[in-house]
Design a protein around this ligand. Sequence first.
Ligand SMILES: *[C@@H]1O[C@H](CO)[C@@H](O)[C@H](O)[C@H]1NC(C)=O
Ligand SMILES: *[C@@H]1O[C@H](CO)[C@@H](O)[C@H](O)[C@H]1NC(C)=O
Ligand SMILES: *[C@@H]1O[C@H](CO)[C@@H](O)[C@H](O)[C@H]1NC(C)=O
Ligand SMILES: *[C@@H]1O[C@H](CO)[C@@H](O)[C@H](O)[C@H]1NC(C)=O
Ligand SMILES: *[C@@H]1O[C@H](CO)[C@@H](O)[C@H](O)[C@H]1NC(C)=O
Ligand SMILES: *[C@@H]1O[C@H](CO)[C@@H](O)[C@H](O)[C@H]1NC(C)=O
Ligand SMILES: *[C@@H]1O[C@H](CO)[C@@H](O)[C@H](O)[C@H]1NC(C)=O
Length: 511
Amino acid sequence: MWTMVTTSLLVSALASVLSAAEVFRFSSYYGNHMVLQKAPAKAAVWGFGQTDATVVVSLSGSNKVSEYSIIVINGIWRTTLEAVEAGGPYKLTASQSITNSSVTLTDVLFGDIWLCSGQSNMAFTVGQVINATEELALAPNFTDVRIFQAALEHSDEELIDLARVEVPWSLPTAELLGGRKFSHFSAVCWLFGRYLYKTLKYPIGLVHSSWGGTPVEAWSSPRALYKCGLMNSNFLVQTSFPESVSARWNSSVLWNAMIHPLLNMTITGAIWYQGEANANYNRDKYNCSFPVMIDDWRMTFHEGSDGQTPLDFPFGFVQLSTYLKNNPRDGFREIRWHQTAGYGYAPNERMKNTFMAVAVDLPDDGSPWGSIHPEDKQDVAYRLVLGARAVAYGEKNVSFQGPFPSRAVLKQDFVCIVFDQGINVIASGVFFEICCSEDKACESDDKWAPVVIVKHDFDYVHVSTPKCPAADITAVRYLWTDWPCNFKACPIYSSDGLLPAPPFILTVTKQ
Ligand SMILES: *[C@@H]1O[C@H](CO)[C@@H](O)[C@H](O)[C@H]1NC(C)=O
Ligand SMILES: *[C@@H]1O[C@H](CO)[C@@H](O)[C@H](O)[C@H]1NC(C)=O
Ligand SMILES: *[C@@H]1O[C@H](CO)[C@@H](O)[C@H](O)[C@H]1NC(C)=O
Ligand SMILES: *[C@@H]1O[C@H](CO)[C@@H](O)[C@H](O)[C@H]1NC(C)=O
Ligand SMILES: *[C@@H]1O[C@H](CO)[C@@H](O)[C@H](O)[C@H]1NC(C)=O
Ligand SMILES: *[C@@H]1O[C@H](CO)[C@@H](O)[C@H](O)[C@H]1NC(C)=O
Ligand SMILES: *[C@@H]1O[C@H](CO)[C@@H](O)[C@H](O)[C@H]1NC(C)=O
């Protein structure tokens, strides 16, 4: 409670007068058991103190102590530590001699920090996933994967620190990971961290900050929204979990309260599972709002950490799964495409250093949490980790993208679609459509006719052509429905069978 009070005081002109009463402390997301970003980046550390006082921060490990002396400005002290290799434990102490105040954080590790954000499919807890009992039993063994979670707060102004913390830095326990539904701790975030730990074998810090039912506008700064012509919007949020909220919110309220305060830590990257709430809200601006939000987070995390978080930090996201089996108009097919800025794959020209977990083939109409919340988060996290290994960690031999077409060519009575890698075709049926249009306009669904796979081989498929003049055959699209297949039963996978071809739309060329 008092955090909110001091936050507003700090920004006022009275700050220096009142700060003598300021409690000396670290900001909310520094605590015992935390993970600080490891080398080559330097960890940013900050807190609150008495203006003009000197604060000494010291980091002590097994055989060495390093000290940093800082002056408190406007009630805030901050520094960046020297670069520290992965490992620990360390003690991190901050002391303000003028008030004889000293705070020591113990069991501090250095490793990689990943931020996890989005809406309910990110908030979905380990206690809710398939095989939850096994996952929860296994979790305490991963003592080097640490968790932290921001509490649900919204604000019409940018906050300096989190107003509240839901889960302070902790070692994983079944209780913390299997909390109330959609409360703590995120299954996608946790599984991402623990799978990543298996390959990195050094500490991972997971910072979770998400809220069910929220559109991208809530998580974007006014500056970002302005770039997409979305300023001053005001929307209705309706969430049932973990709290029942039905209110009108201004844009940027979660950016203000749940992201802005976190800018001043050094991170490795972010993962994101969101988009459902935009399926019917500013949907056709999502191809702008989502990439622009990524750009804006990158710029501000870079600035907020004094340049320590890379300006192009890796950003992974989950391409939406499925929602309504018999309703072709839930908007998911458009959002999936917009999530890639209209490229169909990631990373791409517009969205550099990103990676995408395709989830269109992981529907779950039996989910006890509703079909919009598939219970299988293990496959989602596994696919994200492949992307992180390849894109964020530069592992050369990790394949992380399913097959994507390089061209579609009209032959006599079929269209040949050639992929960028070997394919495994596991199903037949109607998954492709061809656009027949005299004027080459394909926006309307009635221009599209279903076609079938007539042949396939190493890296290509042939699909039939509909009854229409060859000159009118304009484009081909794949998985362009809201719920295209059953669980892992979309037709085209990578040759090892692991990664699905994502939905695509492609111009058909003539020979
Ligand atoms: C700090 O501690 C010293 C020595 O114990 C004492 O003399 C001084 O009054 C203390 N100052 C404050 C502000 O508590
Ligand atoms: C759940 O557990 C079963 C039995 O151990 C296993 O076959 C299956 O792959 C698990 N599913 C997931 C998504 O981990
Ligand atoms: C987890 O740790 C416990 C205690 O160290 C050990 O007995 C158990 O085999 C471990 N489980 C797994 C799956 O590694
Ligand atoms: C939205 O912002 C305006 C000022 O910009 C403020 O007056 C209003 O109270 C805010 N609405 C909500 C629901 O917070
Ligand atoms: C976004 O998608 C809409 C609708 O498909 C399209 O009109 C617009 O040109 C796209 N914008 C960008 C920036 O790609
Ligand atoms: C955090 O970063 C923001 C954005 O760069 C900056 O405006 C703010 O002063 C920083 N706050 C602290 C406590 O370092
Ligand atoms: C990938 O390369 C790394 C070394 O760069 C090696 O340790 C690993 O075994 C390789 N993995 C595969 C699947 O080939």
